[in-house]
Design a protein around this ligand. Structure first.
Ligand code: FES
Ligand code: FES
Length: 194
């Protein structure tokens, strides 16, 4: 008898349990979007390169297009649909609204999920590639724009809303700099990278 190519999996998503039968090759992203009608997580590249599909697994960010649904069983999955607290937006969501951290919005769910986990990583003292002093006693490093850009570099924005995204993440972190408060000109500049 040929081995079965599908299995029943139980996925814990945004505090709710979902049981479904999936082909073993089904990615978590496709399970979310195509099977569970949770279309907040976006498919950009489907190759782990753009971050549009970012979700949290046990609080850690991951690209769901490279994660098999069967491998996510037993993990606590948080998608953009589960980031808010009921009607209360997550501070990162609120900051993206207030800082115009998007244009078309396609990358936004991934950016927000990534930022939520990134802020937790920073709070926990994790250094990044641009952290100057990586000694544990120096953690967490100041969350400069450079730190934010580096830590968010896995999330691409084809609209180039990077400056506003950095402003939004900075505001959510409560570390908004003077520059971030400068009106108009800087916020409309699109040269920065994330
Ligand atoms: S769709 Fe997953 S990283 Fe681009
Ligand atoms: S807002 Fe359009 S891709 Fe980022």
């Amino acid at each position: 008898m040929a081995p079965s190519s599908s299995s029943a999996v139980t996925l814990r998503i945004n505090g709710e349990t979902h049981t479904l039968t999936v082909d073993h090759r089904t990615t978590l992203l496709d399970a979310l979007r195509e099977r569970l009608d949770m279309t907040g997580s976006k498919k950009g590249c489907d190759h782990g390169q753009c971050g549009a599909c970012t979700v949290l697994l046990d609080g850690r960010r991951t690209v769901s297009c490279l994660q098999l649904a069967v491998a996510a069983e037993g993990r606590e999955i948080t998608t953009i649909e589960g980031v808010a607290d009921g009607e209360q937006l997550h501070p990162v969501q609120q900051a993206f609204l207030e800082r115009d951290g998007y244009q078309c919005g396609y990358c936004t769910p991934g950016q927000i999920c990534s930022a939520v986990a990134m802020l937790a990583e920073h709070e926990a003292g994790w250094p990044s590639a641009v952290t100057g002093d990586v000694r544990p006693e120096a953690a967490p490093p100041p969350l400069s724009d450079e730190e934010i850009r580096e830590r968010m570099s896995g999330n691409l924005c084809r609209c180039g809303a990077y400056v506003s995204i950095v402003r939004a993440v900075s505001q959510a972190a409560g570390t908004e700099t003077k520059a971030a408060n400068a009106s108009g000109v800087e916020a409309r500049d699109t040269e920065a990278r994330v």
